[in-house]
Design a protein around this ligand. Structure first.
Ligand code: ADP
Length: 568
């Protein structure tokens, strides 16, 4: 069992470890990892004997307890409990009827209650002001229902652990698109929603050509308004500049690699965008901690291969022991068996190898590492397919007739907002956000400054360690202005805002090329960035085949929807 950081212990105690009725802890972190390993290994009994179950239980425990691989939070929290709802990601349909809308809202509440996040595309709803057929009166429209969903989410507290999270998408040809793009409540973005505009290639081309764009009634299919595509584009960019919302999902790009396209187009993603899903599908995630694979000046590829294979098996087992809040979700999820294996600790891996994040060398390594993870995860899923059978809908998938496959998708790069803190590493594929943080001490409420351990280790290795360097780094949260440090050293420790946005995007694209689902990434921009800079990033993201894009301009004071209170 690896050592847990103070922060990891605190989060585990507050949110993950099982408690009795009086709030007393019923398990230790070690016991939690045993609970999860045992429960997930139980799936083995369907195909093999107890020996296999025991063997895999041990392997799962070793990976998790040594912080080499961690599943998404709901798996850690719920496995082996009466509510083993283990997936983090869901997409639910929103139909154009009052009962349809409220049915979905109810299902979403049940998903949130057990720690999952939900994504919706609201484009099937008739626009605000539209006549209602039977009763006279007029429709509220997507924007007003999104507010309702936001309010409802606020009320479901996920057993006191965290608030629910949602993705709300509206397609760029919906008549209410401008209202959606400008959606604020009392001047602020919604509390529990990330918003994204569903964009097509046709729209991006219309923006490029400064052409007209038609807004289409979702029921009749007829155009009800024509305006310049750039008018909508500018409003999107302005919104993102002000608050980081809306982001974009590139629906055509998503569907070009949709393995189940014969079942219909994908219209939505989970809250952070890394998993495009069909209606009622759920996906369970897990992430490999790349910082654990550096051996000297190179990578331990054999260990990485073995880890990917064990992780894929783990995630496929999760589908087996998962409990779903709704029969339709169960059916859709089991039929395609999507899993999302991703990575965290990428920035720390680069630092250990002394490669600056903003370098072609880093981008090339990203492709090599993720190419390897992708290939091995497909191989692992094919082998499981031979052992356990293809997923139910396999015949209608792009893998039929030649490629045996257990899971319709294998890879997603999630933000790892909490599990990277548990693993004490950098989140997902993001650069370090700061080298020093202020943290509130739990017991007496005092502030405590902690400094990145890897930074201290590297300083010592290079014989550069001094109190003066530490003090200067603590003051700025960065070492970029510490003159006593060599330029090369400083370049390895550049933080998110010191890295030019283009490198953020290049990393996203490099990882996306080897990710069959999508990559959740924030492109950080300095406060001085202009709307034109955001427009350029969004346009490049489309050209380079990102599946979605989110930017965040520093100091716009938008509170992060998802991690409030966790980062501490
Ligand atoms: P974690 O580190 O807790 O496992 P991530 O930050 O990697 O989670 O997020 C993965 C996915 O989990 C998100 O895209 C979303 O679907 C879901 N999720 C994250 N935070 C929440 C939340 N507060 N409520 C509901 N779902 C969440």
């Amino acid at each position: 069992m690896g050592n847990l950081s103070e922060n990891a212990l605190r989060i585990l105690q507050e949110r993950y470890l099982l408690k009795d009725k009086n709030g007393g802890l019923k398990e230790s972190p070690k016991e939690m990892f045993h609970r999860v390993a045992r429960s997930v290994a139980k799936a083995e009994s369907k195909w093999a004997g107890i020996e296999s179950q025991t063997k895999w239980e041990k392997k799962f425990f070793d990976l998790m307890s040594n912080l080499i691989f961690l599943p998404n939070s709901p798996t850690l929290m719920n496995a082996g409990t009466p509510y083993s709802q283990l997936s983090a990601c869901f997409v639910l349909p929103v139909k154009d009827s009052l009962s349809g809308i409220f049915e979905t809202l109810k299902t979403a509440a049940l998903v949130h209650q057990k720690g999952g996040g939900t994504g919706f595309n609201f484009s099937h709803l008739r626009p605000a002001g539209d006549r209602l057929s039977h009763h006279g009166g007029s429709a509220s429209g997507p924007v007003s229902f999104i507010k309702l969903f936001d309010f409802a989410t606020e009320q479901v507290k996920q057993g006191g652990k965290r608030r629910g999270a949602n993705m709300g998408i509206l397609n760029v040809n919906h008549p209410d698109i401008l209202e959606f793009v400008r959606l604020r409540v009392n001047g602020k973005p919604l509390q529990n929603f990330n918003l994204s505009v569903g964009i097509t290639h046709a729209f991006m081309e219309a923006v490029e050509k400064d052409a007209d764009w038609e807004l289409i009634h979702p029921n009749s299919g007829s155009a009800i308004r024509k305006l310049k595509a750039r008018l909508i584009w500018d409003a999107i960019v302005q919104g993102a500049w002000e608050s980081g919302n809306p982001g974009i999902v590139f629906l055509d790009t998503i569907n070009e690699s949709n393995p189940m396209i014969s079942m219909g187009a994908i219209e939505a993603t989970n809250p952070c965008g890394e998993v495009p899903l069909l209606d009622f599908e759920a996906c369970n995630l897990g992430s490999i901690n790349l910082s654990k694979f550096v051996k000297g000046t190179s990578l331990d590829w054999d260990f990485l291969r073995e880890t990917v294979h064990t992780a894929v098996r783990f995630l496929d087992n999760v589908i087996e022991v998962n409990k779903y809040p709704d029969i339709k979700i169960k059916k859709a999820t089991i039929a395609n068996r999507k899993i999302g294996l991703g990575v965290m600790g990428w920035a720390e891996m680069l630092i250990q190898l002394s490669i600056p994040y903003d370098s072609e060398e880093a981008v090339e390594l990203a492709k090599k590492v993720m190419g390897f993870v992708q290939e091995e995860s497909s191989l692992a899923s094919s082998r499981l397919g031979e052992e356990r059978g293809n997923f139910e809908n396999w015949e209608s998938s792009i893998y039929s007739p030649n490629q045996v496959m257990r899971n319709a998708t294998r890879i997603s790069i999630a933000p790892t907002g909490t599990i990277s803190i548990l693993a004490d590493t950098s989140s997902s594929i993001e650069p370090l956000f700061a080298l020093a943080y202020q943290r509130r001490k739990v017991l007496d409420g005092q502030n405590l400054t902690s400094i990145n351990e890897l930074f201290i280790k590297k300083l010592k290795e290079e014989g550069l360690f001094s109190q003066e360097i530490l003090d200067q780094t603590m003051t700025n949260g960065s070492c970029s202005k510490v003159e006593n440090l060599p330029e090369k050293f400083r370049s390895i420790f550049k933080t998110a805002l010191e890295i030019d946005p283009i490198w953020h995007l290049k990393h996203q694209i490099a990882f996306q090329q080897f990710t069959d689902n999508a990559v959740s990434k924030t492109v950080n921009l300095p406060n001085s960035a202009r709307p034109e800079d955001i427009a350029e990033i969004y346009q490049l993201a489309w050209k380079w085949k990102a599946k979605g894009i989110t930017v965040f301009r520093n100091d716009t004071r938008r509170e992060q929807v998802l991690y409030k209170g966790i980062k501490a």
